[in-house]
Structure formats: C-alpha cells, structure tokens
Ligand binder design. Structure first.
Ligand SMILES: [Zn+2]
Length: 422
C-alpha cells in the first residue's frame, strides 16, 4: 500500500510525503504517480504525530464517561498518534491478568497507538507493590498509581527498585493525603472567598521531595505527572542538576489558567492537582522554557455531564484535554511568539517519545507514518459539539484558538480526518 500526501509543509518547505507499508518512504518534491492513494495536504503543516503520556480512557468499567474507542478518537482528533493509558479503571490494572485483558482491549479498540500503564500497588492504594516483573514482560509501558499518591515511603522505595529492574519509568501522582483536608481547590483567596475547602500545595512538594531522595537511592527513571507548584519545579531543577534521573510533565491547563481566575463555584475549574496560584503558573512556564519540565501531557479526564455539574464540593476532579491541548499550546506559546513550532513539537511529541522509549516523535524517512496535518492559520472556536470524547468537561469551551487538526495518520492509516466525523 502506497499513499502520497501532496502539498504539505515540513520545516516550512512545501513537500510531498510518500508512505509505503505504514512507513515514511520519502519526503521530497517528487510526484510519485504509481500510488494507491493521494491525499491533498492543502498546504497544511505536517508534524510528527503527537504523543500524550497521560490519558484516562475509563475502559473497562466506567464507559459512561469514555471508552477506548471514543477516547482514542479524541486523541486522534487532537493530533495524537501515541498515548499512554492510565490504569485506574474497573478492574484496576494491577495484575498480569488485568494487564493482558487491557492490552487486548487497547489493541482491538484504539485508533491510535495505546500503550498501557500498570498499577504500582493493588487498587492503587495498597502497600505491597504489584508484580512488576511479570507486567513488564507482558508489555506495561510504565508503572503508576495515578489518581492517588503513594503514601508510604517503603512502598515507593520497593516500587522504584522494581521499576529500575524492569528498566521502565516510575510515574508519580504526587500527593500526600494528610495535607489534602478534603479540599476541592488550591489554598487561596479565591477558595476563602467562595468558602470552599482548600488543598495545600505542600501536599505535592513534600511528597515529591521524599520521592527524589528515593529516586536518587534507586537510580530509577522517576517521572512526575502533572507537576503544578513553584516549589515542585524548584525541587526538580535541583534534582536534575545533581544528576537524579527525573523528568516531569505539565498539563496545558496548569500553564494557562490559575486560581485567581476562579471567580465562581465552577466545577469545570476543579481538577487534581488543582489550579494553583498565578506565581505557581509563572514558575511552571519558566520551568517548561528552561527544560526543567520536559513535556506537555493532557491528563485527559472525561466525566459525565452530571458529574461535572453543581458545586465544586461534589463534582468530580478533572477535565478533558486531548482535543484542545495542541491548539491551546500553539495559540498561547507559538502564535504569541514565545517559542517556535519545533519547540512545541519537542514538548508534545519527540520528548515524551524519547523519554518513554516509544517509536514516535520523528517525521523522517524510515519512521512509522504517524503524521498529523495541522491547519495553523485559520482561527476557530473550541466547541464541545466537535469533541469526539464522551466528556465535554472543559473550561476552554468558547475560546478562540489556532491549530486545527486536518488529518491524523497512524501507521499510514487514517485515524482522524476533518469533515468526516460521524
Ligand atoms: Zn494524577
């Protein structure tokens, strides 16, 4: 099977991309006539397929929120071709059997490459680590209890040793439960004004400090999920300078909105970690720009309409992100002149691919034809009706952005095409 994508920009040069048997066969100006399929790129920009190391597909067990098919279609709509799926489903992916079932489900239902996390401990809360060796052998991409912090130092220490042995990242949702106090938003003037229970930012940084000490002792690749405070990034900065093998991801929402923007009791502004202070947000941006933070990940967290209505007190934590991440980042960081497109591609494709050892992130001959065509010049409005995710829970609805996915190819096959939605 040969496909020719005509008329696309790669590094600002107008070229054609020849795809043969799922791989990129040529990037040049030649008009190869003997192909099975020709796609007119219409002078859009071709990017290596985006990589998201943090998505929740809610399948099995919570499929009223999302399922593997809808979640992966949302990823493809957002320009992602490789994603890493969190294990907090029902049943939790905490045994070799559950992992095998999950891998089969991902393979059968996902329209993008869906890699699978395994849990660090049973039900994401037990003290004893799971069977890392066997789950590594079966193909777990990394280990995490995302949704819960690992409360016990010994559990984390043993888990890090096992992850190091498996040569896989240990991914931490850093949160000390003893400093959460039933909070629903960040400790802030806004929370006090709204009379809502507050979560201390120390919950994140204090546990992170512990983990960095353990990471140093074990030599594991320790990855911080959705980092959110100024103190946390300072700790990562110091750890990196001392040679500790730590990486970090940040979500678009923690970069773009903060607790000073929460003016009403709005459940769409409820996520975990919560939106932090303007000072924290500034520190996250600085850390992304100086390389302390390595990548952007969405923490795509779909919920039903009912779960995201009413007061922040009762609403579920989390927002969807797959279908808005690129456009928000492109608009606020590239269109606004802070970085160039290549830097954004590093944050959203090549860095996560390299650091998680995924065969992705390079638009080059010989690489898998995981390619995203983006229209970068026409502004449009974020509209929940356009989401392919079952979740419509986003605080960015109505925002005017640039960066619209025209086509997403996974191994040369069409995973999303603009205008052909069901
Ligand atoms: Zn998390």
């Amino acid at each position: 099977m040969k496909t020719l994508i005509k008329n696309v920009y790669v590094n600002q040069e107008l070229v054609n991309i020849l795809i043969e048997d799922g791989k990129i066969a040529a990037i040049n100006n030649e008009e190869n006539e003997s192909v099975d399929q020709v796609i007119d790129g219409q002078k859009t920009t071709a990017l290596p397929g985006l990589v998201d190391v943090h998505v929740h597909f809610r399948d099995p067990g919570l499929t009223y929120k999302e399922d593997t098919e809808s979640g992966s279609k949302a990823s493809a709509h957002g320009g992602f071709t490789s994603v890493c799926v969190m294990p907090n489903v029902k049943p939790v992916v905490d045994t070799p059997h559950a992992l095998s079932e999950q891998l089969a489900l991902n393979k059968a239902k996902s329209v993008v490459h869906a890699y699978q996390y395994a849990a660090i401990s049973k039900q994401l809360i037990a003290y004893k680590p799971t069977d890392f060796a066997e789950m590594n052998r079966l193909g777990a991409i990394a280990f995490t209890n995302d949704g819960h912090g690992v409360q016990n130092a010994e559990t984390m220490y043993l888990a890090m040793q096992a992850a190091k042995e498996a040569n896989k990242p240990l991914v931490a949702h850093v949160e000390d439960d003893s400093l959460i106090n039933g909070g629903v938003m960040n400790e802030s003037d806004a929370a006090k004004r709204l009379g809502l229970p507050e979560m201390s930012p120390l919950s994140e940084s204090s546990q992170l400090a512990r983990d960095l000490v353990l990471a140093k002792a074990t030599g594991v690749h320790y990855h911080v999920a959705h980092i959110s405070t100024a103190e946390s990034v300072e700790l990562v900065r110091i750890a990196k300078a001392r040679g500790i093998n730590v990486t970090a991801e940040v979500s678009p929402h923690h970069l773009l909105i903060d607790d000073s923007m929460i003016t009403t009791d709005d459940p769409m502004m409820k996520m975990n970690p919560p939106l932090r202070s303007p000072k924290d947000r500034k520190a996250l941006i600085a850390a992304l720009l100086d390389g302390t933070i390595d990548m952007v990940a969405t923490d795509h967290a779909p919920h039903s309409e009912q779960e995201k209505s009413g007061s922040m007190r009762d609403a579920s934590f989390g927002i969807v992100g797959s279908e808005t991440a690129f456009s928000l980042m492109y608009t606020h960081f590239v269109k606004n002149g802070i970085v160039d497109l290549n830097q954004l591609i590093k944050w959203m494709s090549s860095n996560p691919a390299n650091l998680f050892h995924l065969p992705a992130g390079q638009l080059q001959v010989g690489q898998p034809a995981d390619i995203t065509l983006m229209e970068l010049d026409q502004p449009y409005q974020i509209d929940a009706n356009d989401f392919l995710s079952k979740g419509k829970n986003s605080p960015f609805i109505g925002e005017q952005v640039y960066g619209k996915t025209q086509l997403t190819l996974v191994d040369g096959n069409i995973a999303y095409q603009d205008g052909s939605e069901e």
